[in-house]
Design a protein around this ligand. Structure first.
Ligand SMILES: *[C@@H]1O[C@H](CO)[C@@H](O)[C@H](O)[C@H]1NC(C)=O
Ligand SMILES: *[C@@H]1O[C@H](CO)[C@@H](O)[C@H](O)[C@H]1NC(C)=O
Ligand SMILES: *[C@@H]1O[C@H](CO)[C@@H](O)[C@H](O)[C@H]1NC(C)=O
Ligand SMILES: *[C@@H]1O[C@H](CO)[C@@H](O)[C@H](O)[C@H]1NC(C)=O
Length: 447
């Protein structure tokens, strides 16, 4: 099946995937996906490989013989995963002292553990219609969402308060600096939220936005600062790195290189990374950069994500001086595709949900535990070089915060589609103003 997404407008491919999953669920949602989701922590096939070859990641171009990947790339052949691993982190292992200071930091107050409190006096932090950079995919009110309750929730950590949001204070922190978000469409949503949170205090002639591209830049003249978004849904170099025309049918990555994207992100002072959902769509093809014949290997999404995270971690551990750069990693953004998970015996999705889930510790099937353990392990080894924005649990409670049918996708949804929310809801991304504003408030808290 040759299938290419070639549309002019910016798009959110995950929604496409979910639409497909819904439309032909029994066909697409095949056994390997199901196995991936229910996989236990010990079922890691690649660990059984007897040969352990380590590859040094992020080597300069002259030693890389594989072609640069773009959306037209193809594998010459595909075989099973050879068991090659990424060598990283010599010296990056967390020292006991670093581990202790990290624990101290966390023990003061875990701001990621708490509950949502209705607060229509302080929230929303900005108006949807007053942000000129709002995305049509996230502007739920504009696209007909009748209830606005999703805008009025404050995150209340147990035992302490989040720092109050202040756009001018944030700009002061960003003065003469570059803040860059790097990742997929969820991260782009957080970037748009940040731009909307920040833009209101600037006058029109003091701000500018570059056209949508691999790297998109919002700039304040007054503060000589930028807030940027770099499209890199898999973090490593891949054939899905065009921000507009993505390929979904055959994802090919260079598991051992982040260099294409790092060439752009290395100049930023504050880096916010995410990656997750693009690894959840079945197996991934690996093209090691030393392979000049484009002979690929195939690996399940979790295994491929682990290799990618290790290559990314190697870059962080060898290139980041924590006194000069701050690196954040945003954990899995939960999806709410099946309402039976929080409302037993119901058959819908996130559509028409109006109130957050109030069951403490609620965890749905969209947040994969084996992925979380793998990410925990790698971030743990990076120690003080990375801050974790652990947004998974707090966002799990917010099944009411997704756009569902209230958004513009390439075209407006047709009346027939609107009357069929079970098939056309986006329960992956988040309405703005909404949940990602709180992720940014957490970022502000740690800056
Ligand atoms: C806030 O919510 C309360 C309770 O729903 C309502 O009575 C009040 O009018 C609302 N205030 C504002 C400013 O919207
Ligand atoms: C503006 O910020 C850049 C870094 O982003 C810095 O190199 C430059 O010196 C700054 N310019 C002024 C006038 O401070
Ligand atoms: C595919 O492999 C063959 C031999 O194995 C090689 O001659 C050819 O150049 C390869 N094609 C590409 C596009 O790398
Ligand atoms: C994030 O929080 C969850 C609990 O909600 C925890 O199990 C997990 O280990 C945390 N991950 C990281 C990387 O801190």
């Amino acid at each position: 099946m040759q299938h290419r997404w070639n549309r002019k407008k910016t798009q959110f491919p995950l929604v496409v995937v979910v639409l497909l999953v819904f439309m032909v669920s029994s066909i697409l949602y095949n056994e390997s996906n199901i196995r991936l989701i229910h996989e236990g922590p010990d079922h890691r096939p690649r660990r059984e490989a007897t040969r352990f070859t380590y590859v040094r990641p992020n080597l300069p171009a002259r030693t890389a013989r594989a072609p640069v990947l773009d959306r037209f790339s193809k594998c010459n052949s595909t075989r099973e995963y050879s068991g090659k691993s990424i060598w990283w982190g010599n010296g990056a292992r967390e020292t006991d002292a670093a581990k202790r200071s990290r624990v101290d930091l966390e023990e003061k107050c875990d701001v990621f553990s708490g509950k949502w409190a209705f607060d229509n006096t302080s929230y929303p932090l900005y108006e949807e219609s007053s942000c000129p950079y709002m995305s049509d995919q996230l502007a739920c009110h504009k696209h007909g969402r009748p209830d606005l309750n999703y805008q009025y929730w404050r995150w209340q950590p147990h035992g302490c308060n989040l720092k109050r949001w202040s756009a001018t204070e944030m700009w002061e922190k960003l003065r003469n600096k570059r803040l860059m978000f790097i990742g997929d469409s969820l991260n782009r949503g957080q970037w748009i939220s940040m731009v909307c949170l920040l833009q209101s205090v600037l006058s029109k002639d003091q701000r500018s936005m570059s056209p949508n591209a691999h790297l998109t830049i919002f700039r304040s003249e007054e503060y000589n600062a930028t807030v940027e978004f770099l499209w890199a849904p898999l973090l490593v170099d891949s054939n899905s790195d065009d921000p507009v025309n993505h390929r979904l049918d055959e994802r090919i990555i260079h598991p051992d290189s982040v260099l294409k994207h790092a060439a752009k992100w290395k100049h930023a002072d504050i880096l916010i990374f995410n990656t997750y959902l693009w690894w959840r769509q079945g197996p991934v093809k690996l093209l090691w950069t030393a392979d000049e014949n484009s002979d690929c290997e195939e690996l399940d999404g979790l295994g491929a994500m682990e290799l990618a995270m290790q290559s990314w971690a190697e870059w962080v551990s060898s290139k980041v001086d924590p006194l000069k750069k701050k690196v954040f990693f945003v954990t899995m953004s939960p999806t709410h595709l099946w309402s039976r998970e929080w409302k037993p015996n119901s058959e819908g999705n996130c559509y028409s949900e109006k109130l957050p889930i109030d069951q403490e510790g609620y965890w749905g099937s969209g947040s994969d535990l084996p992925t979380m353990r793998m990410v925990d392990n790698i971030l743990g080894q990076l120690g003080p070089k990375v801050y974790v924005l652990n947004i998974t649990q707090l966002s799990e409670y917010r099944q009411d915060g997704h756009p569902s049918i209230y958004r513009k996708f390439w075209e407006k949804l047709s009346p027939a589609q609107l009357s069929n929310p079970s098939s056309y809801s986006d329960c992956i991304h988040w309405c703005l103003p909404g949940v990602p504003d709180v992720w940014n408030q957490l970022l502000f808290h740690f800056l």
